[in-house]
Design a protein around this ligand. Structure first.
Ligand SMILES: NC(=O)c1ccc[n+]([C@@H]2O[C@H](COP(=O)([O-])OP(=O)(O)OC[C@H]3O[C@@H](n4cnc5c(N)ncnc54)[C@H](O)[C@@H]3O)[C@@H](O)[C@H]2O)c1
Length: 472
């Protein structure tokens, strides 16, 4: 089910619905009514460095970045040079308080645990939202944010850029139209984590003076700032040091989603679309040592999908990390050349009876079919029109931020709107549920519940939310 395009009338309806009514129509609307000469959206960017740097840069194309928010004042000062006209904040709550009537849209490029609260605040203020991947780091949050965005009628997007690319569309068209025969199995892998992960201990240290640690923690309980207790050998490998932030929060369940959550929304994306957005019914998991606080250094998962009108029952497998000193890759399909397989630190194989689609990166940007003679036949069929282009193309391939602002202004459908991104993130996150359960789980998506054992159900939602950030 695709999120329907937002047309101007619907936008106005969404705008009019806001509680209290104090809402300024976006520039795009004011320009139509003659109040504003430009056709620019007024965008607030939450999380301005790291991924936020490229997200804000792309969103700025043809629009005004009117507010920037970052918990790190050094990073904020750096960004102020890029956006001198933007008002700067260290607390997104204060930004919404002061700027709600002056912004049309919000990007959220913070660590995973803040996607929900910042995205939800945006949606509650009836702003169009683009949230980085994974949409949230608990399944309950994904569902709540999806529901709220739908009710608000705003344009949504998750930052999984592969979803906007040509390659993902081709791979789906090939499978849908029988180019590789019957799809039997999908194998996915990544070399992540490339950050400290596995059983880690917190070592309390003073928070950097330039950091608002309280806002960084957000909905999570208050706790002292910390670094990781790394062995000298692991410390040498930790390219980004041993502080929990920036970047290094990924391996902690509280803040990140492990290697799977980090890369799954990219690498599982084409599988999700090829499987017609189905949700797995059972997930098997094995991994290196795993704790209640940290994701493992390697893991193997088997997601079982029920038979559908399009496919027989099949398994999507996932391998990550380094196991026994070697990249933890799946078995190569013998039709894929050894050289191409060896080069791929992340990748995917869609294994069919008459060919295998291989992609040696995370986004499915340039998939090929092996054997190559068969690929040549498929290309000929595409030229002749016997294999058709059936998938809608993105107006901004590779640029989810620009696609999102384009859709807000012109109508249409974003490639990774929350109708798509929500269930995709759920598919990915179910692997983490199985890992944390340390056993096979059976998933009932209607009940949002693991049904064969109760223990992992406590991981579907964060144990608590600090009320000053989010009230239930
Ligand atoms: N789509 C992609 O290819 C891609 C690539 C990298 C990262 N990401 C995603 O982007 C997000 C950010 O990752 P990152 O590596 O840039 O992380 P990061 O730790 O570098 O944080 C990004 C920025 O957000 C700021 N920040 C942290 N908490 C904040 C808060 N509460 N309010 C405002 N600002 C806050 C940080 O100071 C930093 O400037 C993650 O969800 C990650 O999964 C996506």
């Amino acid at each position: 089910m695709a999120q329907s395009s937002i047309n101007r009338r619907r936008f106005l309806t969404a705008s009019a619905n806001i509680a209290g009514g104090a809402f300024f129509a976006p520039n795009i609307l004011r320009s139509q009514s003659g109040e504003s000469p430009n056709n620019k959206l007024r965008i607030a960017c939450i999380g301005i460095d790291g991924k936020g740097s490229s997200d804000s840069g792309a969103a700025a194309d043809g629009n005004d970045i009117v507010a920037i928010v970052d918990v790190d004042t050094d990073r904020l000062a750096k960004a102020q040079k890029r956006f001198p006209g933007a008002e700067a904040f260290t607390d997104f709550r204060k930004m919404f308080e002061k700027m709600s009537d002056k912004i049309d849209a919000v990007t959220v490029s913070t660590p995973d645990h803040t996607h929900f609260v910042a995205g939800m605040m945006g949606v509650q203020h009836k702003k169009h939202v683009m949230v980085q991947k994974p949409m949230c780091n608990t399944i309950w949050e994904v569902r709540e944010l999806h529901k709220a965005a739908k009710a608000a009628g705003v344009v949504t997007q998750m930052g999984n850029q592969g979803r906007t690319m040509e390659g993902q569309r081709l791979a789906k068209e090939w499978v849908d139209q029988g180019a590789i025969g019957t799809l039997k199995e999908i194998r996915l892998w990544t070399n992540r984590p490339i950050w400290p992960q596995g059983p880690l201990k917190k070592v309390e240290v003073p928070a950097p003076a330039n950091l608002d640690w309280n806002v960084w923690l957000g909905v999570e309980p208050s706790e002292p700032y910390f670094e990781f207790d790394l062995t000298p050998e692991d410390a040498k490998k930790a390219k980004r040091g041993k502080s929990v932030q920036p970047f290094n929060w990924r391996g902690w369940w509280q803040f990140g989603s492990g290697a799977l959550g980090d890369m799954g929304c990219h690498i599982m994306d084409s599988s999700f679309s090829i499987l017609h957005q189905a949700i797995p019914v059972k997930i098997e998991a094995e991994s290196s040592e795993i704790t209640d606080t940290c994701a493992p250094v390697w893991s193997n998962l088997r997601y079982h999908f029920a038979a559908s009108d399009q496919h027989p029952a099949l398994v999507v497998s996932w391998n990550d990390g380094i196991k026994d000193g070697k990249p933890n890759k799946p078995e190569r399909d013998e039709r894929v050349p050894q050289g191409a397989f060896d080069k791929a630190s992340s990748g995917m194989m869609f294994i069919g009876t008459e060919g295998v689609i291989f992609e040696g990166d995370a986004y499915c940007a340039s998939p090929v079919i092996y054997p190559l003679e068969h690929f040549n036949e498929v290309k000929k069929s595409m030229k002749e029109g016997t294999i058709k282009k059936t998938e809608a193309r993105s107006p901004k391939p590779g640029e989810p931020q620009k696609e999102w602002t384009h859709v807000v202004k012109n109508g249409g459908t974003t490639s990774s709107n929350f109708d798509y991104a929500g269930p995709l993130t759920e598919f990915v996150s179910l692997g983490n549920l199985a890992l944390r359960a340390k056993e096979t789980i059976v998933w009932d998506k209607e009940k949002m519940k693991v049904t064969n054992t109760d223990a992992p159900n406590k991981f579907i939602k964060r144990p608590s939310y600090r009320p000053e950030f989010f009230k239930m």
